[in-house]
Design a protein around this ligand. Structure first.
Ligand code: GNR
Ligand code: NI
Length: 168
């Protein structure tokens, strides 16, 4: 397993729309292992393949305190089942150091495939709902900063670009 580099906003590669996973093979297993290792190392609760420059429709989540409840979603789709909105202070490993309130639909029904290609379905509310929507946005080239005002987004972009120049 390996810790992979996480792309940071405003890297244009984060805008790539990911393609469906079609092969449920050893390479996919290895990629999923790397995604978890990268997410745990970065102390995130979720990670989309897009963030490590792999443009496949695949994401991992672990919301547990002890980091012992890994969840994998391959080719995920969701529908809104309660369009009441909830607010959450969102952060993103691709926008390090910034937290902003984002409104999203409260309850969703998710369908996805597991590591063996088997279809499953679940309903999510709360942080799981927010996190799945945040990760599926990544697969579509979207970031949480896109929900903020242009002014806020540009401020964050400028500050991160400055950081990147320092460490480049
Ligand atoms: O670690 C993460 N925390 C988080 C907090 C609130 C809403 C969404 C997230 S996801 C984020 C990890 C990440 O960037 N996933 O794409
Ligand atoms: Ni993110």
């Amino acid at each position: 397993m390996a810790v992979l580099e996480i792309l940071e906003f405003p890297d244009p590669r984060l805008r790539t729309v990911a393609s469906p996973v079609t092969e449920f093979d050893d390479d996919l297993q290895a990629l999923i292992g790397d995604l978890f290792e990268t997410m745990y190392e970065a102390q995130g609760i979720g990670l989309a393949a897009t963030q490590v420059n792999v443009h496949k429709r695949l994401l991992v989540i672990d919301l547990s305190e002890n980091k012992d409840s890994p969840q994998v979603f391959i080719n995920p789709e969701f529908e809104v089942i309660d369009d009441e909105e909830t607010e959450y202070d969102e952060g993103c490993l691709s926008v390090p150091g910034y937290y902003e309130t984002v409104c999203r639909p409260k309850a969703i029904r998710v369908t996805a495939q597991n590591i063996n290609g088997e279809q499953f379905e679940l309903e999510a509310t709360g942080l799981l709902s927010t996190c799945i929507q945040h990760e599926i946005d990544h697969l579509n080239g979207k970031l949480f900063v896109d929900y903020l005002s242009t002014l806020k987004r540009n401020r964050i972009r400028q500050k991160l670009e400055k950081e990147h120049k320092k460490t480049a």
